[in-house]
Design a protein around this ligand. Structure first.
Ligand SMILES: CC(C)(COP(=O)(O)OP(=O)(O)OC[C@H]1O[C@@H](n2cnc3c(N)ncnc32)[C@H](O)[C@@H]1OP(=O)(O)O)[C@@H](O)C(=O)NCCC(=O)NCCS
Length: 215
């Protein structure tokens, strides 16, 4: 498959971990804007294919469309009543390389917020962007009055280690069917965002998320 974005991680791999952190620090974490929808669609599809190949069916993954996903994210980002907020990680050269969307945990207690989606392009993973994106989401949810956080991850997904590293406690599992394949998902919880979430927000100077009305 043709690469969508230039890689700076390979460059970083050739040096030491300190340099990796310096490269990572270049990416800006900021609230997503409606104009980001096309990039979110591409990051979403490319990361799904890289992460879930072997876990979900090839037919399902191959049929994913960045245009359809962009349309989905366009609706989300254009929704003025959306209490949640997506944040993006953006590199000056590569553009948007990852994003995280958060919002209310529908059907749960009103104080619970949820990470709806977090996807970072493979070449940009393990450089601290996930921690910063979740931190930005935690800050946003706290500002909106949420106290607790939940996320679901496929049981076979290495992301489970990520959520544990951020202080998430593993909770219940559930079965679901994605594209014809039965899979198991694991829930992670942070009962207190303020006390339990080991994450970092955007760097100082980045505008906070705009105030949004709850619906
Ligand atoms: C999961 C994901 C969001 C994590 O973001 P990231 O930027 O790669 O993670 P970070 O660099 O912020 O990692 C923070 C810590 O989490 C842990 N961690 C993250 N990814 C890990 C992995 N694959 N295996 C083990 N531990 C991991 C580490 O302790 C890490 O700290 P360290 O690098 O100092 O050891 C990102 O890798 C991703 O988009 N993966 C593919 C899509 C996906 O699975 N999304 C989640 C769906 S539920």
């Amino acid at each position: 498959m043709q690469k969508q974005y230039p890689s700076r991680r390979n460059e970083a791999r050739s040096v030491d971990a300190i340099h990796v952190r310096m490269v990572a620090a270049v990416a800006l974490v900021r609230p997503a804007e409606p104009d980001d929808a096309a990039r979110l669609g591409r990051v979403h599809v490319e990361t799904w294919r890289a992460t879930y190949r072997g876990l979900l069916s090839d037919e399902y993954l191959d049929a994913l469309s960045d245009i359809r996903q962009a349309a989905f994210w366009s609706r989300v980002l254009d929704d003025d009543d959306h209490v949640g907020r997506a944040h993006v990680a953006e590199d000056a050269d590569a553009g948007v390389v990852g994003f995280c969307d958060c919002g209310p945990e529908r059907g749960g207690a009103p104080s619970w917020g949820k990470i709806m989606a977090i996807y970072i392009l493979p070449d940009w993973q393990r450089q601290g962007l996930g921690r910063r994106l979740v931190g930005a989401s935690g800050n946003h949810l706290t500002a909106e009055g949420f106290e607790s956080l939940v996320v679901w991850a496929l049981e076979d997904n290495p992301a489970r280690a990520f959520y544990s590293a951020l202080g998430g406690e593993s909770a219940e599992k559930r079965r679901l069917n994605i594209g014809g394949v039965d899979v198991s998902e694991q829930c992670f919880r942070w009962p207190s965002i303020a006390g339990d979430l080991k994450a970092e927000g955007p760097e100082p100077g980045v505008a906070p998320a705009k105030g949004l009305s709850r619906h």
